[in-house]
Design a protein around this ligand. Structure first.
Ligand code: TRP
Length: 385
């Protein structure tokens, strides 16, 4: 993921927000009509931003009965770096944290896309459906290339096509994403449409009375839609995006003491009165946000940062007010909030055979689905011998 600033125009973004809100209502009303596919790049251990973000959202979908799958995008790791350092433990950590947060492997399949050959084979026909210019103008790819400081690799250029295979192999129709991923979902829709119209005689230029293209029953692929995640933005301890590489993250795997130590080390300022001002006091403001979030308070601008203000008031009314007390409250709230999650993840991490068996089962299920879809693709294309 890259910072999501300016990657899509405001009007495109506004219409995606409106559509997402409509979709959320539809999913709540008819959870079984949808198939959610979410993805994760295994580049490191997970932090609380992941938990409050994608992980808890998935658990919610699973629990309302929407079929949910999690793809661990291991090939995507080498889009912008050479080394696959700690890959196996990163993959296991994703599984452990998802399970600890409530994912039920009987209901939700987790798998690595590198292990599913027919999924990867979809990339070949898909590549023929997009132009070089379309690939080159993808703003997220451009910004990922810039932040990697490297030349554009063939895989980085084409990974949005690979991502389309990730989504379409299982006919996912809802993809929860952040703003930075919108261009990829748009490309995935384009690929689905072009495949359906080229090989399945779906006529997108003429619609029936329900607004559906003609001959839709012959379509191999749905046109997946992005669901802009309504997840809180959790800042890192220095106010930048939370990331292990910035050394500003609270990792789910940390002990209580390690958590206390990173919070104590975080940079605040010398002003004793505590108040929320993200621009000028990033360290103090991030601690207020993280504390409020862990206490279940509202942290959004629509509530005028009510949670942050409540925490700040509590600190300022204490004779020991100041950054030290803020840090103490943050440590207490984070450790309390993560207590059960950490307990569960410790138990799970003690049984790696179990974790590996979950991945193996997920891979097998995904393989079966991908083989079925590839069969449909081959029969639509006439590549059956
Ligand atoms: N590209 C996504 C990211 O960088 C990860 C991902 C891979 C993904 N395949 C996916 C997300 C399929 C959603 C659907 O975060």
């Amino acid at each position: 993921m890259v910072d999501d600033i300016n990657l899509v125009s405001n009007s495109t973004f506004d219409s995606s927000v409106a559509r997402s809100n409509e979709l959320k209502h539809q999913i709540e009303k008819n959870p079984k009509n949808f198939k959610v596919l979410t993805g994760e790049r295994p580049t490191g251990k997970l932090h609380i931003g992941h938990l409050f973000g994608s992980i808890q959202e998935r658990v919610k979908f699973q629990n309302i009965g929407t079929e949910t799958s999690i793809i661990i995008a291991d090939y995507q790791v080498i889009t912008d770096r050479d080394e696959l350092k700690d890959l196996q433990s990163n993959v296991r950590d994703i599984i452990i944290d998802n399970l600890a947060a409530g994912l039920d492997p009987e209901k939700t399949m987790m798998f690595c896309h590198s292990q599913i050959p027919p999924l990867n084979q979809l990339m070949l026909p898909f590549l023929s459906l997009v132009s070089n210019a379309e690939l080159l103008r993808n703003p997220t790819v451009k910004s990922e290339m810039e932040s990697s400081g490297r030349e554009l690799s063939g895989l980085l250029l084409t990974y949005p096509v690979h991502q389309a295979a990730d989504i379409l192999f299982c006919k996912g129709n809802i993809v929860p994403v952040g703003k930075d991923q919108l261009p990829h979902i748009e490309l995935c829709r384009t690929i689905a449409k072009r495949f359906n119209s080229r090989y399945c005689s779906v006529d997108y230029s003429r619609l029936d009375k329900n607004g559906q293209p003609l001959g839709i029953e012959n379509a191999v692929f749905p046109e997946p839609e992005a669901l802009l995640s309504e997840v809180p933005h959790v800042p890192g301890l220095d106010g930048r995006k939370m990331s292990k590489s910035f050394d500003n993250a609270i990792m789910l795997s940390m002990t209580e003491d390690e958590t206390a130590s990173v919070i104590k080390k975080s940079e605040t300022d010398s002003e004793r009165t505590i108040f929320y001002d993200f621009e000028n006091r990033p360290g103090v403001s991030s601690l207020l946000t993280i504390t409020a979030l862990c206490r279940g308070l509202r942290i959004d601008s629509a509530s005028d940062f009510a949670g942050q203000k409540q925490v700040a008031d509590e600190i300022n009314s204490d004779p020991k007010y100041g950054s030290g007390l803020l840090k103490a409250k943050a440590i207490e709230s984070v450790n309390e909030y993560l207590k059960t999650h950490r307990q569960k993840r410790r138990e799970l991490a003690a049984n790696l055979d179990y974790i590996d068996s979950i991945l193996k089962n997920g891979n097998l299920k995904a393989l079966e689905i991908a083989s079925q879809t590839l069969g449909e693709v081959q029969s639509a294309m006439g590549t059956c011998y």
